[in-house]
Ligand binder design. Structure first.
Ligand SMILES: C[S@@+](CC[C@H](N)C(=O)[O-])C[C@H]1O[C@@H](n2cnc3c(N)ncnc32)[C@H](O)[C@@H]1O
Length: 254
């Protein structure tokens, strides 16, 4: 009997099933707990049908950058290095407190000690508005003038992908609130490209940039606000987005 239990405990498949059972149970409980925030609205993007994901976008940006493969890359939140290892650069820094990347730190710990500048920064760490806003402000200080910042997961398609704290595994979080601040920003150019969870691409056009802090105003905004105001955001299709990126980087060449 002991032998059987020991074998079961060591069985990978068994462990995965137990873990997914526990997480299914946990997230069902969360969905019930937060049911008053449910919304029937949803955006019909099928990320799986597009043959262009965040990694393709980042590699496209590198191909347009004047430094090409000499560009310096920073990724915040690396997990299993799915994206990090597919970035075609040699100079890469990956920051994650748990797994993957090159530095076992939180983004706050990293930026506190960082003195380097980067040409491309990909923000994919903790997907809350508060943390990603801090990560963005720190990135704006750490990006070269002709550099690009990309933020992952700007388009939650339904309330479950948006709701914070998370109520399911597939989670964008409420970082979309930053998009409404970017609408009112100065010295910053941004577009949201509707691929792979929604990728927000940012250029710093001036060192005198300004992003309003609407955190307290946006604190309690729900998914319906995002859905009803989605057309106010600079969302452009993939082709136009790639053209905008290559033209913007061309204009930044000295
Ligand atoms: C969505 S995953 C990243 C996926 C990866 N970028 C990719 O595209 O394959 C988010 C990661 O952020 C990490 N993370 C959570 N909080 C963080 C923080 N404060 N600073 C940096 N990374 C954080 C998690 O450990 C997790 O590995």
């Amino acid at each position: 009997m002991n032998n059987l239990l020991f074998k079961l405990a060591r069985n990978k498949l068994f462990n995965i099933s137990i873990r997914s059972l526990i997480s299914n149970f946990y997230y069902t409980y969360k969905k019930v707990k937060y049911r008053k925030y449910r919304s029937k609205n949803n955006l019909n993007f099928d990320w799986n049908k597009q043959n262009f994901n965040r990694t393709a976008l980042l590699n496209f940006i590198i191909s347009c950058h004047s430094k090409k493969t000499n560009s310096r890359y920073l990724e915040i939140g690396c997990q299993n290095n799915l994206n990090f290892n597919a970035i075609g650069l040699k100079s890469k820094v990956g920051v994650d407190p748990d797994i993957g990347g090159t530095l076992r730190l939180t983004s706050d710990q990293f930026f506190k000690q960082n003195r380097s500048k980067f040409d491309l920064i990909f923000l994919d760490g903790l997907h809350t508005y508060e943390q990603t806003k801090i990560d963005l402000l720190n990135s704006l200080a750490a990006i070269n003038n002709d550099g690009v910042i990309v933020l992952d997961d700007f388009i939650p398609r339904n309330w479950k992908e948006h709701f914070t704290p998370r109520v399911q595994t597939n989670w964008n979080g409420d970082i979309w609130k930053i998009a409404f601040e970017l609408v009112k920003s100065k010295g910053i150019d941004y577009r949201i490209i509707p691929i792979d969870g929604g990728q927000c691409v940012i250029f710093k056009n001036s060192n005198e940039y300004y992003i309003p802090d609407l955190g307290s105003k946006y604190k309690d905004l729900d998914y319906d606000y995002f859905f009803n105001n989605f057309n106010k955001l600079s969302v452009i299709d993939l082709d136009s987005g790639l053209r905008w990126i290559s033209e913007s980087l061309e204009n930044k060449k000295i």
